[in-house]
Design a protein around this ligand. Structure first.
Ligand SMILES: [Zn+2]
Length: 208
């Protein structure tokens, strides 16, 4: 089984991977706060290494990290996957492609399980994946909200608890989903009735 728990990386000649023990928490770096994990005061080489996926024997399959090195003539920060660097604004296209590749792998695994007569287990995996993605989406919406607030410091700071953040993000996603469902449904009136019944049920629960 492939582990996503970061472990000590294998030896590599890549200078960016020189200190890849377990990923450290971003520290007190003044240049790249919340990103750089270099702890030494007054450091010039900024980085965040050690995020990796390993194979069954613990050998690194893929790693992701951040580097902004002072020995470059034009020290621009990069996000890397393996040995390839991307500018931060280019990275999302790369990460989307990797994610899509993993979806292809999941699809292959599920089809193979079906073919092997293991359909129920395949369905359970898909169910698990949907739950995971839902949690990820909620976290992403909460993250988006925090970034929005950070962009407008004059506005109210984000003081909600984690639970409140999750609730707001899930609510916002639910509203989006309802909008899509209504836009796509051939029976909008029926869907609105079903929605109203559901809301009534929740209203009863909330006032109970
Ligand atoms: Zn730094």
């Amino acid at each position: 089984m492939t582990s996503v728990i970061p472990e000590t990386s294998t030896t590599t000649s890549d200078p960016r991977a020189q200190s890849t023990d377990k990923p450290r928490q971003p520290g007190t770096c003044a240049d790249w706060p919340g990103i750089c994990t270099e702890a030494e005061s007054g450091h010039f080489d900024h980085s965040n290494h050690g995020h990796q996926v390993v194979d069954k024997s613990g050998v690194q399959l893929l790693d992701v990290g951040f580097a902004a090195l002072s020995n470059d003539s034009n020290p621009r920060p990069v996000i890397y996957i393996g040995s390839e660097d991307w500018a931060p604004d280019e990275f999302h296209a790369a990460s989307a492609a990797v994610r899509q590749l993993m979806d292809t792998g999941d699809d292959m695994a599920e089809r193979t399980m079906l073919r092997q007569g293991n359909g129920e287990a395949a369905l359970a995996r898909i169910d698990q994946k949907i739950k995971g993605e839902r949690t990820r989406m909620i976290a992403m919406v909460a993250h988006q909200r925090r970034v929005r607030i950070e962009l407008r410091p004059s506005r109210t700071p984000f003081t909600e608890s984690d639970t409140e953040q999750t609730a707001s993000a899930a609510f916002s996603l639910a509203c989006d989903a309802v909008g899509i469902a209504l836009a796509k449904s051939p029976d909008k009136a029926g869907m609105v009735r079903a929605l109203r019944a559901m809301v009534d049920l929740y209203a009863d629960e909330a006032s109970a």
